[in-house]
Design a protein around this ligand. Sequence first.
Ligand SMILES: Nc1nc2c(ncn2[C@@H]2O[C@H](COP(=O)(O)OP(=O)(O)O)[C@@H](O)[C@H]2O)c(=O)[nH]1
Ligand SMILES: Nc1ncnc2c1ncn2[C@@H]1O[C@H](COP(=O)(O)OP(=O)(O)O)[C@@H](O)[C@H]1O
Length: 199
Amino acid sequence: MMPVLPIQSSATTEECLHLGKLVVLTGPSGVGKGTLMRSLLERHPELYYSVSVTTRSPRPGEIDGKSYYFISGSKFEQLVAEDEFLEWAEFAGNYYGTPRETVLNQINSGKLVVLEIELEGARQIRASFPSALSVFILPPSFDELEKRIRSRAQDSEEAIARRLIRAHEEIQAADEFDIQIVNDDFETALNEIEAVLFK
Ligand SMILES: Nc1nc2c(ncn2[C@@H]2O[C@H](COP(=O)(O)OP(=O)(O)O)[C@@H](O)[C@H]2O)c(=O)[nH]1
Ligand SMILES: Nc1ncnc2c1ncn2[C@@H]1O[C@H](COP(=O)(O)OP(=O)(O)O)[C@@H](O)[C@H]1O
């Protein structure tokens, strides 16, 4: 297990706390995680957003290497076998993983690193990085969540149904995380996340 913060013999704990930080943003599909993340990055270009690897097909407008690294199932299996992921999980029929080396390098160079990942991966990060800060984004209601997933109009009916079933399970896990933020009014939610990240 790698520590989040590089402990140097000459550094006090207080100094170590300034070296780097890991934040996990999680919550059900359609709650607005991606949109919040994009706004955060626009306002705070100094943040490091970890681009995940996935076996899902690109949606219209998604760019390889920016939205995700889109790879095949067999390549994903190879990367798992080579222990290249900090965490990985299956979600709605596809695989998603966080590249280990880039994230650890960014934390160790003092960056504030943000992962936007689903529940199982967020649990794995909490287990291996107890000092990571975890934020769960909640919808104002389940009906509103369904509206958002549908209004995005980028998934098949089957993919939407799988996301909605999974959303019920994910929402029940909200209390496992350090902070819960309801994404009702977008600006309010964004400000709340900023307050947590930069306190
Ligand atoms: N565990 C894990 N989950 C991820 C990763 N990258 C993205 N996800 C999550 O996978 C889920 C599905 O993502 P996506 O297919 O882009 O659909 P969307 O969230 O409905 O837009 C979301 O909850 C993402 O937060 C990752 O590297 N690891
Ligand atoms: N506070 C909000 N109020 C209304 N719609 C929102 C809000 N936040 C996000 N959305 C919309 O909800 C949809 C899903 O958001 P998205 O960021 O793709 O969710 P996620 O990444 O969690 O799956 C998008 O169409 C987005 O514009």
